[in-house]
Design a protein around this ligand. Sequence first.
Ligand code: V47
Ligand code: SF4
Length: 373
Amino acid sequence: MSKEGYKTLLEGADIQPGFREIAEKVIDQKRLTPEEGLYLFEKANLALLGSLANVVKERKHGKKAFFIRNFHIEPTNICIYNCKFCSYAHHKSGETWEFSMDEMLEKVNAAPEDMCELHITGGVHPKLDLGFFSTLLQKIRELRPGLHMKAYSAIELDYMFEEAGVSIEKGLKILKDSGLDSIPGGGAEIFDTEIREQICDDKAFGKKWLEVHEVAHGLGIGSNATILYGHIENYAHRIHHLETLRQLQDRTGGFNTFIPLKFKSANNEMSHLGEVNAIEDMRNYAVSRIYLDNFPHIKAYWPMIGKQMSQLSLSFGVDDLDGTINDSTQIYSLAGADDKNPIINTDGLVKLIKDAGCRPVGRDSWYREVRVY
Ligand code: V47
Ligand code: SF4
């Protein structure tokens, strides 16, 4: 919806006065305060909120909805940490795997030639070190010089660098020289220290996650950001998380996209909490799009919320559906993702996006357009 169309809608609508003021600020491209963000979470009418998020999205990207041809390698599910929400680590699933260097290189070799991006992330293995992971990048680079490597969450990096006795800067320079292009958004969870202590008390602090990303941005390594929502946090914790990211992005401009990750409740120590509903998911996408005015993209990760909900998210501020994935991730299938079979090809993604009334755009990892459909 255009800015003018939305203004007309507001004129005729019977809405809370608080919402009208906030909506006018958003339309005039003025930044929201944390209190205003909280108001949107707590009180805004969902339909008006979604349309407002779409005004912001269309200002940035028109009707475009992006996707990428990508695949994942999860080197191992052995993990020294014990996050209560996780269903994936070996001590949760009861199944252990650890791919050798050669097995991972075989996966790369087997990937179609036109793959754009490889996402590498997994458990924090006690023995796999900086040397192993930098060699892995070098060997992949030799095999596929054009493949973008988005690898290792800030949590994996923190452990790797601590064990190697190198600073974050030194460690990242080593990996960059080995071929690292960008860093995925995993491990952010929720920055509020009290909530973080209750759901993942033994892994790196939120402060450390932020430091790794800030140093990466300074070295020209772009990254993504995530939030894990829908568990024991409240709306104020979510706004605190968004505000912290918005401030870091003001300083560096290094984030590409924000990915809200909905807590999935199967097979983990927080199963008793259940899951939030679709209305909550859409509200979360919309507030994220409106509040993070300096983030270029908001991504819905379809293997987590399912293909149909991803379609709906395109009307609530989302402009990116991640990618073809190729059945290569287990993080969500083990946690009870709606899509038990995370497979979709390019034609499937294109149809899904068109059916939602958007224009599909195949992108590379820097959101350069590869093909408009
Ligand atoms: O940090 C683990 C989350 C993350 C559960 O950067 C769970 O493009 C919900 O960060 N319910 C790893 N979430 C995955 C990740 C990611 C995914 C897709 C794209 C990108 C990107 C990054 O998965 C973890 C944690 O927050 N997670 N268990 C669960 N039960
Ligand atoms: Fe390990 Fe990641 Fe699972 Fe935490 S979420 S236990 S760091 S695999």
